[in-house]
Design a binder for this molecule. Structure first.
Ligand code: KG4
Ligand code: ZN
Length: 336
């Protein structure tokens, strides 16, 4: 049994994953309500909240999984990228527990975990094309096998989740914005406003969402006080622009690089329009989404990587450090 911890941003999460990479228990303690008044995550507050929540969350997951500390074989913990104060809380806790129990520590890349989370639910064949869409990332990777990632494209400015969140602020929708836009969009007309799809004619696979943000701001400023119908139309049109950008580029990358399977991961992968649009446009390719709970930040996905690495003996030792900036393509699993 592997205990997995995730504290890279604003969720204090713990999970138990067994050696066959099946999820036994998962607890996600969200700080969303604490940060909501600020319209975004406040790093200092996040760190303090993690300190208060870490031990209770771990105790709860052990209870829910009917597991004793002495059953644990390894501890997997997010070691980057993320907020330094938040990462340090999880890593310090993991290091202390691994030392006390005399078991290996496994430092996991947060984005690798998003991409491989789906292995908890089904078998997946490699190679794969991986699209990570979260609050901090919009990246396309070629994945030859777990542990080997090649960057094909990335956002040049805002991440897709950031674009959702910033548009939601302009529309006065509650935080987190992506969830709000997903909720109100079915009530609106996605073709009412034609917002820009950044870099659509660029031959590469990079994304850009800053022009969208500006266009939404100008549109909103030109309209005065918005009624509910206008908010719904604007939200649906923003969502359509983001989804169209993501799906168009990803499918072109899949075609041009010969990938038959695509995995879409990260918080924005929970978006219902994104899921439907990929299904509609996949043209015979298999597009794999983790279930909703595995898309947004959680510790189960950290355990998924932990289980793979424990099986290969690719573990770290107590000298493990956090890495706030850590490109996924630099991940190297330690040799057994
Ligand atoms: O992966 P995640 O939980 O945390 C990061 O590692 O960033 O992603 C959070 C992002 C936020 O920007 C949030 O607004 C967005 O994912 N998000 C969504 C949805 N659920 C979460 N965006 C669009 N539609 C959703 N249903
Ligand atoms: Zn994440």
């Amino acid at each position: 049994m592997i205990l997995a911890l995730e504290t890279s941003c604003d969720e204090t999460a713990a999970a138990l994953v067994n050696r066959r990479n099946r999820l036994v228990a998962s607890v996600v303690g969200s700080q969303a309500a604490v940060h909501a008044p600020y319209g975004g995550v406040v790093p200092e507050i996040a760190g303090r909240e993690h300190v208060a929540a870490m031990y209770p969350v771990v105790r709860r997951v052990l209870e829910e999984g009917g597991t004793k500390e002495s059953d644990l074989e390894a501890i997997a913990v997010t070691s980057g990228p993320g907020l330094v104060g938040s990462l340090l809380v999880g890593l310090s806790f993991a290091r202390g527990l691994a030392y006390r129990l005399g078991i290996p520590l496994i430092g996991v890349h947060h984005i690798e975990a998003h991409l491989l989370a789906v292995l908890l639910e089904r078998d997946v064949r490699f190679p794969l094309l991986g699209l990570v869409v979260s609050g901090g990332h919009t990246h396309l990777y070629g994945i030859d096998r777990p542990g080997s990632y090649r960057l094909l494209g990335r956002t040049r400015d805002d991440a897709a989740g950031e674009a959702f969140d910033k548009a939601a602020v302009l529309l006065n929708l509650p935080y987190p914005g992506g969830v709000s836009i997903d909720k109100v969009s079915p009530l609106g007309d996605p073709r009412r406003y034609e917002f820009p799809r950044g870099l659509q004619r660029d031959p590469g696979y990079d994304f850009s969402f800053s022009g969208l943000k500006t266009a939404v701001r100008q549109q909103v400023e030109s309209m005065g006080r918005l009624n509910d119908d206008q908010v719904a139309d604007l939200a649906a049109s923003v969502q359509e622009a983001i989804v169209d950008s993501l799906v168009t580029k990803t499918l072109r990358a899949a075609a041009e690089h010969g990938y038959d399977r695509i995995v879409v991961a990260g918080g924005v992968a929970a978006n219902r329009r994104l899921r439907r649009s990929f299904e509609e446009r996949a043209a015979g390719r298999e597009v794999i989404f983790p279930s909703f709970d595995l898309c947004t930040d959680n510790a189960a996905m950290i355990g998924a990587v932990g289980a793979l690495r424990l099986a290969e003996g690719a573990v770290d030792d107590l000298r493990l450090q956090v890495r706030t900036h850590w490109p996924l393509e630099q991940v190297r699993w330690p040799a057994a």
